[in-house]
Design a protein around this ligand. Sequence first.
Ligand code: SAH
Length: 477
Amino acid sequence: MHLFPLFADLSGRRVLIVGGGTVAERKAALLLGAGAQVDVVAAELTSLFGRWIEAGKVQRRADTFGEEQLDACWLAVAATNDRALNARVAAAATARRIFVNVVDDPPLCTFQVPSIVDRSPLMIAVSTGGAAPMLARLARERIETLFDHSWGTLAALLERARARIRARYAALPARRRFYETLLRGPVMRLAAAQRFEEAQAALDAELNGFASTGDKSQHASLEAQPLPEHGSVTLIGAGPGDPGLITLNALRALNEADVILHDRLVSAEVLDLARRDAERIDVGKIVGKHHTPQARINELMLAEARKGRRVVRVKGGDAFIFGRGGEEIEYLREHGIRYSIVPGITAAIACAAYAGIPLTHRDHAQSVRFATAHRRRSEGDADALTAHGETLSVYMGVAEAEPLRERLLAEGWPAATPFAIVENGTRPEQRVVLGTLAELVERVQMHRVHAPALLIVGAVAALAAQNHWFAAAPLDR
Ligand code: SAH
């Protein structure tokens, strides 16, 4: 079956729905959203139908179907669980040349309702012509991830400015270029950041910038030039390694990137999700093994953004948890580069979940602390690492297991306090090592624990032994 795609204007137009159950209700909701006048025919109605009728949005024509109910209608929907009745509705509608949809019965339909991604006024509809509705649904889910809700905001802004845009960019190629650069520029970014008025102002500025250039001939020559592009940086947290743990917003940013700057901790599987022709720069390599100047990374980000490119800076876990994200946006702000930030699942949250360790627990832990064993040399030993009734997660701790244990014991943690080390958390090669603080150093050495690994200290750590569900069983001796 090859269908003709169509977007129908049903505003103020009558549509008949036969059936009053939840399936009919879903169709009615869509039709009401499009401004249709909905008539329903059914012996029994859901409570939502009842409320629509009370509010005057839906009219109840009758308990049972009669052909004459179709006469004033543009469209009909048969959504009862009585196949013979549905067929009767379909035949009567077809005889009158009224398009009819019979729910879940493609052969009886003269129109089908597509799966939709609704970013009104932008509406994306998907159909397989009834061949494989589930496939259409899966396609819809994919599309859903690609278009965030700012597309709707943008479409609404553009709707209002449509006449002005047409006047300004009379020739089609120029108009197309204008729209393309718009998607990459400040208007889109402001819409995504939910700053509507500024987005509107930025759109006005784009349009007025060209309006103020005076006479027509000059105007025509300007049309040929693309708008200046605007670079930006999106700082994303890519989570601990399992690519399924990145957010939809991070995925979208990776899909739109021109250049990706990533750390060594970001897994190859995550980078595989990025747009294929995006340039990838491993800044972990650039800076070498040692603490290279963050300054070089900053300069690189700045240079790429100033070329007008969309820079995506990807960090393991979350950028604001031991990720130096704060320093990077400070630098960008000082240099006038626009940025946005997408949070990621930090190692402590992810490792705990994948090891079956609840970080807080009514019986064992009332608070949780994210700490690092790593400290700037200038810092003293002043800050205590722990308080009791707390779970402590220590980043970058395994290499310093010995001094760390001494510190914890000195601060009053009992030597019998359980710990769990999660190495390569959320990755297929994840290992979990369990023990008590007294055994920490020995266990780290015995199992040759290496980075990246996270240390969780506190009563809840012992729960990994019973809650384990992911990858290899915990090593408890
Ligand atoms: N911004 C990151 C942390 C960077 S610091 C985040 O939010 O997770 C680097 C430390 O994070 C490592 O030394 C290790 O302690 C921890 N870490 C990061 N990824 C990890 C993983 N997959 N498994 C275990 N620990 C991890």
